[in-house]
Design a protein around this ligand. Structure first.
Ligand code: BT5
Length: 248
C-alpha cells in the first residue's frame, strides 16, 4: 500500500499498552532479532521494512520484499526456566488473532510456530533465548503478490493473496503488540492454561496424519504443557519440539 509505513510516527500513536516501548525502527537491517537492544525493558520492540538476513528456525531464512510485511521482534524477560515452545505458542496465538481481525476469517496455528489461513502459511514465529532474555520474532505476510512469496515447503500466503485487499500495516502491528502483551501477561499469571482454549480451537494439525521424528501417526492435539500429542500405532507420544510434516 503506498504510503504505508511502520515508522514510529505511524505506529506509536496506535499503541495501547506497554509493549512497543521503546520502538526501534530501521528501513533495513540484517534481522530484527539482532536489531533489538537486549538490555532494554520487557516489551521493547524492533521493527524493520526489510531484512537482509531474516531468519526462521533451524538456520532457515525468512524472506520478504521491502515494505511488504510485519517484521518485528519483542523483548521478553520471563521468570527463570522459560519454556520456549510455550512462548512461541503465546506469539503464534497473538499473530493468529491479529490476522483474523484483519481478514475477518479464521486462522489456525500449526504447532509449534506457523499461522495458517486456508491451509497456507501467512505468519511465522521464532522464539530465541539467551541468558535471561527471550526475543520473540514474528513475521506476517501482508501485501505480497503471489509471485513475491518464496518457494516453501508449507505453501505461503499473504493477507493480500487471501482476500485481494490492501491492508494497512501500522494498525495490524499495534493490534499484534497488544495481543502479544495480553497473552503473555496471561501466561505469566496462569501459564499455558491462559491461552489453551484459544490454541485448541485453532489447532491446525489435530486430526491430520503427521510425521515427526520418522514416526507417522495422527495428531491428537496440544497438551496442557504445550507439546504436540500424536497417536502412533495406538500409543500416545508427546513431542516437545521438532519438525512436523503432514498430509493434506
Ligand atoms: C518461522 O520459521 O516461521 C519463523 C519466522 C520468523 C520471522 C520473523 S520476521 C521478524 C523476526 N526477525 C527475523 O529474522 N525472524 C523473525 P520456520 O518455521 O523455520 O519457517 C521458515 C521457512 O518458511 C523457510 O524455510 C521457508 O520455507 C518458509 N518461508 C520463508 N519466508 C516465508 C514467508 N515470507 N512466508 C511464508 N513462508 C516463508
Amino acid at each position: 500500500m503506498s504510503g504505508d509505513s511502520l515508522a514510529p510516527e505511524a505506529v506509536e500513536p496506535l499503541l495501547t499498552g506497554r509493549f512497543g516501548r521503546p520502538y526501534a525502527y530501521a528501513e533495513r537491517c540484517e534481522s530484527t532479532q539482532t536489531l533489538i537492544d537486549r538490555s532494554g525493558p520487557e516489551g521493547a520492540v524492533a521493527v524493520a521494512e526489510e531484512q537482509t538476513a531474516g531468519r526462521g528456525r533451524l538456520r532457515r531464512a525468512w524472506e520478504a520484499p521491502r515494505g511488504s510485511s510485519i517484521l518485528c521482534s519483542i523483548l521478553l524477560r520471563p521468570p527463570p526456566g522459560p519454556d520456549l515452545a510455550q512462548l512461541s505458542l503465546v506469539g503464534g496465538l497473538a499473530a493468529a488473532e491479529a490476522v483474523e481481525d484483519a481478514l475477518g476469517l479464521a486462522a489456525q496455528i500449526k504447532w509449534p510456530n506457523d499461522v495458517m489461513v486456508n491451509r497456507r502459511k501467512v505468519a511465522g514465529v521464532l522464539a530465541e533465548s539467551r541468558e535471561d532474555v527471550v526475543v520473540l520474532g514474528i513475521g506476517i505476510n501482508v501485501s505480497q503478490e503471489r509471485t513475491e512469496l518464496p518457494p516453501a515447503t508449507v505453501a505461503p500466503a499473504s493477507l493480500r493473496t487471501v482476500d485481494g485487499a490492501a491492508h494497512e500495516r501500522a494498525p495490524l502491528l499495534a493490534s499484534l503488540l497488544a495481543r502479544v502483551e495480553h497473552n503473555y501477561d496471561g501466561w505469566l499469571d496462569r501459564g499455558l492454561d491462559a491461552i489453551y482454549d484459544g490454541l485448541g480451537s485453532r489447532d491446525f494439525l489435530r486430526g491430520r496424519t503427521v510425521t515427526v521424528d520418522g514416526a507417522t501417526g495422527e495428531a491428537v492435539g496440544i497438551s496442557r504443557a504445550g507439546a504436540l500429542v500424536v497417536e502412533v500405532g495406538g500409543e500416545l507420544r508427546t513431542i516437545e519440539a521438532g519438525e512436523v510434516t503432514y498430509k493434506r
